[in-house]
Design a protein around this ligand. Structure first.
Ligand code: FES
Length: 141
């Protein structure tokens, strides 16, 4: 199936749904690893929106990437509660370990503030991280 057909199939899967833009964007991000310009134009045309309207939503949310990541992404929480529990130092501790293995991306709250520092890899969230446990997760990627 070519990319345009895959986009059509994703969009058709949300046909008749009220407010389909975000669910469509989520599915496209999951399927392609990004929401690129072609996808934005395709969505705009299908939903009768301007490309600027679609771009405005895509650029508002950090989870939508312009191009797929070459490496797995480790989303390390850097919001206040996790910062208070050492996430900044943790990020510095694993920078060298992560090089060439994954991208460390700053995110701002994963909703588990009381058990930080936290990170998310794929759909899994990991809590109470320290240098050793985060290093172990990175090495397992
Ligand atoms: S501040 Fe890190 S999960 Fe909320």
């Amino acid at each position: 199936m070519n990319p345009s057909d895959r986009l059509d199939a994703i969009i058709a899967g949300h046909s008749g749904r009220e407010g389909p833009l975000l669910p469509i964007l989520n599915d496209i991000q999951a399927a392609f690893g990004c929401v690129d310009e072609h996808a934005k134009r395709h969505i705009a045309s299908a939903l009768n929106l301007s490309r600027a309207e679609v771009h405005g939503v895509v650029s508002f949310y950090h989870d939508y990437k312009a191009q797929p990541s070459a490496l797995p992404v480790v989303k390390l929480c850097r919001a206040e509660a996790c910062q208070a529990r050492g996430s900044e130092a943790l990020a510095g501790d694993v920078t060298g370990i992560a090089q060439g293995k994954c991208e460390i991306e700053a995110v701002y709250c994963l909703g588990l503030c009381s058990v930080g520092p936290n990170a998310m890899i794929g759909d899994n969230v990991y809590a109470r991280l320290d240098k050793q446990s985060l290093q172990h997760l990175i090495e397992a990627l």
